[in-house]
Write a protein that binds this ligand. Structure first.
Ligand code: DX5
Ligand code: ZN
Length: 232
């Protein structure tokens, strides 16, 4: 994307972001199309390096293979880096078609510099924090981020249960950074979407609840409806 730190329309409002981590990678293009056709406009892209978290997942080559089909319909790709020293990887993902890039506060000594580097590359800059990390850990850099990613599971795997009380962390971050987008990631489905949206999250990542369903498009819409109900 171009134009640093201006929030694109597809990131605004209440959004459910299907996470490709739970998709069938033998038909990745079809999986992406299915949720785009259902109305999804934020596609969540989980990058794991086998170091910050044990699994190894996908990287810039896979990102570039889906970028056009997402961008053609006005969608955006939301990259979640679960890697050590993310500052080494940022440029590759921006070049491959990322619209936002988030990294973990636990993974780098250079959070402030990295947020600036992401914005300079024309992407929204996000900072993520693990369930065991005090919310105060992001206080100094929150004002330099476009997005704060609140992990509601421990990063590394799809299909885990939502950690109860995560909505209280969301509410505290909402107070700490009232102007910043809040994304919640982990264990989101129809039962948890309402409470996290009500607490102030506007980007809800859902992996297994979407791609693990018989009909991912219907599952996406049901989670969005549950989120909307949580804000009224
Ligand atoms: C976990 C990833 C998540 C994952 C969520 O480390 O960051 O984005 O795909 O999966 P679910 O929605 O199944 O908890
Ligand atoms: Zn994620």
């Amino acid at each position: 994307m171009t134009g640093s730190s201006e929030i694109p329309e597809s990131f605004r409002g209440l959004r459910v972001a299907p996470s490709l981590l739970s998709a069938d990678f033998s038909g990745l293009g079809s999986a992406v199309d299915e949720v785009l056709e259902a109305g999804a406009r934020v596609i969540h892209f989980d990058v794991m390096d086998g170091s910050f978290v044990p699994p190894i997942t996908i990287g810039p080559l896979v990102l570039s293979s889906i970028a056009d089909r997402v961008h053609e319909v006005g969608g955006v790709i939301d990259v979640h880096l679960m890697v050590d020293s993310p500052e080494r990887q940022i440029a590759q993902f921006a070049e491959a078609g990322a619209d936002s890039i988030s990294f973990h506060i636990e993974a780098t000594a250079h959070a402030h510099r990295s947020l600036g580097a992401i914005r300079d590359l024309g992407c929204l800059a996000g900072i993520a924090l693990n369930p065991g990390t005090p919310v105060e850990a992001i206080e100094a850099v929150a004002g330099h981020a476009d997005m704060i990613v609140v992990m509601s599971v421990n990063p590394g795997w799809g299909g885990q249960s939502y950690i109860e009380g995560s909505e209280e962390r969301i509410a505290r971050i909402r107070e700490l950074a009232p102007e910043t987008l809040i994304e919640v990631d982990g264990g989101i489905g129809t039962a948890t979407a309402g409470p996290v949206a009500g607490a102030g999250a506007s980007l809800l990542v859902a992996g297994s609840a979407v791609f693990g369903a018989a009909d991912p498009g219907s599952a996406y819409r049901a989670i969005l409806e549950a989120a909307e109900a949580g804000t009224t």
